[in-house]
Design a protein around this ligand. Sequence first.
Ligand SMILES: [Zn+2]
Length: 229
Amino acid sequence: MPYEESPLYRIKSSKRARRLALRLDPIERIFHLTVPARCPMAKAYHFADSHEEWMLNTLNDLPEPCPFINGAIIPLCGKQTKIKIHLKPDAKITKIAQEKDSLIITTNKNDPSSRIERYLKNQAKNILKEKSEEKAVTISKKIENITVRDTKSRWGSCSSEKTLSYSWRLIFAPPEAMDYVVAHEVAHLKHLDHSRAFWSLCRQLSDNFIDGQYWMQNHGHELMKYGTK
Ligand SMILES: [Zn+2]
């Protein structure tokens, strides 16, 4: 192999892909280079090389990561909240509590960040579930299931089986932005398209459609920086 493994991208060969493509994973801060099955590797490497500067610039433009460490400030539902980690070697389990503007973690772990992430995912799920159900009732629709995941390209989705799926990172968005995403997915329970009727319902279901949509379009990518080491 004439090429070292690149810190900028990972190769993903694909039977379905028609052309070479570079896709950013903003959490891992690496690109995925999709290589169609019949494409010669030399061509793929050449393609990656010719995009090297673009990849470096794109990575440089990503917001600084904000890991879950002591003293870090995270916007929980848009409210600045300080992470306070109390290391207690004799603590049997990790306890997490939310108090006014802090998140207090009592733990015996040197790095409780994965516990904090699990706690926040759970919180996100509870909030998103409650909001979705509240809105669905107003249009007499039933939600089959709600899942919360670490989605990378979409903040929410709605399947024809009436399953709503959200990014747990919405917990870092201001309330009107999270509300807009929920209104959007709930409106899809009625219209599985982006028709005029869909947008009109989405507006009607949103607390503040204009500001919420604006925030997601212009700041949504910032949600990716939290918890990233
Ligand atoms: Zn949509």
